[in-house]
Design a protein. Sequence first.
Length: 262
Amino acid sequence: MTEDRLPVTEDELHAYVDGQLPADRLEAVSAWLATHPDAAAQVAAWRAQAEAVRAQYGAVINEPVPARFNFDRVVQGNRSWISMAAAAAVAAFLIGGGVGWFAHGATAATPSPFERLATEALHAHNLYIREVRHPVEVNAQEHPHMTGWLSRRVGYDLPVPELQGMGLKLVGGRLLPGPDGNPAAFYMYEGPSGERFTIYCSKTNAPDTALRYKDTDRTAALYWVDGKRGYVVSGPADRERMEKITQSIYEQVERAPARARS
């Protein structure tokens, strides 16, 4: 069945992001996204936004409601009066002291720039490693063009680490929206069994931070910030192998001259 006869709707894209797309449409929507890079970028942005909302407000859901907003003791009297009283109390909560309670939980759960860097990189990794025909914008055969283009866009010279010794072949790269409104460069590598690793690079407002490990289900990331430049290496959740690959990348990045690009 052709795309024109069964188009992909925005509702389906939202369901795809939420993991609620029917199984019989999953393959079709994935294939469609592979040929529509703008839509794929939008899907990636939605995923990052959803993760940020969950990270920012999720903790509030688990906090106990303050005792002053507990209506359990109001069990007598006219039901309509109770409903109106409850509505009034909720309104007072939203415009009064309750806002402070809610904001307190939200502020405590706000992810740092460092965590946002890793989250956005993992979202991009999980989105593009599934692509067969269009995993990157510029393939490895155009290495000089890709390196120059992405370096100009992110604002500094980007070394493309050589990982053949680790059994990984460069697939290519692409430009992505990064954290704090900055563009991000994204390089993809592939192993002999088809497993894929990615490097995500962007300027960031996060302070210099030592190497940190994060895993989510079957995917892991090692990430750090050096001189307002963030790096995230993502791949299968094999910590020992991830650490070896990241060590090689880190050493190559550190050896490269840090020149700003106009």
